[in-house]
Design a protein around this ligand. Structure first.
Ligand code: ADP
Length: 334
């Protein structure tokens, strides 16, 4: 597992649960999403109704699960959590839908990975609070309509564009979650440190925030590793020096690049003069699978403006030379 990977690892869920903001007012950053969602929820409460279906799109670790739990808490409703890949048959979905209570929030993570028949059942459930349960097979099969109590579907996806338009259109409200600004991540770090009972100063929090790739999940994870270091190597409290030494041990640099990211960048600069070079050649040079380089390392390097994917191959940007402290090549060699 990568320290800077955006997905939660298996042992992380319990720790994460403890660090989750419980109400909208506690949720840091995403000011637009918070303001819009606040209106949606307040209006639903005033009408004594159920909130509209909500679609949350954004990268892993930005707070989609957290927000779904906040929606349920703000509506004083229970929540059921499941995911697209867990629902392969329409029957799986029918079982969940038919057991929902009135007003319940159904959180469907990775909603774009649901099977087609389940998706079609969901259309009707979202729109009319009704499903047709098919009983039997072949010519004798009959559809038995089943009324559902009104519920709020909160769907989460890494990209809203991955959803078929008919599904996308059935959400009353869509929120796009952006990567967090460093000052917002600093607040996340301060808040988590308080909950974990760790002492941290402003510069220490800024140091961790700057290496967290715009992602609260990563900020919380780095904080836990820095806490270990501070406890073992010092008196337990975190300042900039401790944070920077600790993350040095874990090979997460000032910009949040890890060993793999740096290896890709270093090969691109040192072996291929900054490119262009093909993905396969670059991967062999790094000693990694093509997929690893393309899917694990490159997205962040591209987002940071350090690497560009062009039709002729991968190229390093001037910022890449600066980041690795190497002199930029001259534009037109004599
Ligand atoms: P996602 O569902 O988008 O992958 P999660 O909701 O599971 O992300 O969030 C991952 C972790 O980051 C959680 O432990 C949560 O406490 C923390 N987190 C996410 N967003 C925020 C936020 N806005 N403020 C504080 N903590 C946050």
């Amino acid at each position: 597992d990568r320290l800077v990977g955006p997905e939660a690892d298996s042992e992380e869920s319990a720790v994460e649960a403890a660090l989750r903001p419980k109400e909208l007012g506690e949720f840091i950053g995403q000011p637009k999403v918070r303001e819009q969602l606040d209106l949606v929820l307040k209006a639903a409460r005033q009408r004594n109704g159920t909130a509209d279906h909500v679609l949350l799109s954004g990268a892993p670790g930005l707070g989609k699960t957290t927000l779904s739990m906040i929606i349920a808490a703000e509506m004083a409703a229970p929540i059921r959590i499941t995911s697209g890949p867990a629902i392969q048959h329409a029957g799986d979905l029918a079982a969940i839908l038919s057991s929902l209570q009135e007003g319940e929030v159904l959180f469907l993570d990775e909603i774009h990975r649901m099977s087609r028949p389940a998706e079609e059942m969901l259309y009707m459930a979202m729109e009319d609070f009704r499903v047709d349960v098919i009983v039997g097979k072949g010519p004798g099969a009959t559809a038995i309509p089943l009324e559902l109590p009104p519920f709020t579907l909160v769907g989460a996806t890494t990209r809203a564009g991955l959803l078929p338009p008919p599904l996308r259109d059935r959400f009353g409200f869509t929120a796009h979650m952006e990567f967090y600004e460093p000052h917002e991540l600093e607040q996340v770090v301060h808040r988590s440190a308080r909950l974990l009972d760790v002492e941290i100063d402003t510069d220490g929090a800024a140091e961790i925030a700057g290496r967290s790739r715009g992602t609260p999940r990563i900020a919380n994870r780095l904080l836990r590793r820095v806490r270990d270091y501070a406890q073992v190597k010092a008196d337990g409290s975190i300042d900039q020096d401790i944070a920077s030494r600790a993350l040095g041990v874990y090979e997460v640099d000032e910009r949040g690049l890890d060993r793999l990211d740096r290896a890709v960048l270093t090969a691109l600069l040192k072996l291929f003069g900054g490119g262009p070079v093909g993905l396969s050649t670059l991967s062999v040079a790094v000693g990694e699978e093509r997929e690893t380089v393309e899917e694990v390392a490159e997205p962040f390097l591209v987002r940071e403006g350090l690497l560009a994917r062009t039709p002729r191959g991968r190229i390093a940007t001037p910022a890449a030379w600066d980041h690795l402290d190497m002199p930029r090549p001259t534009q037109n060699p004599p």
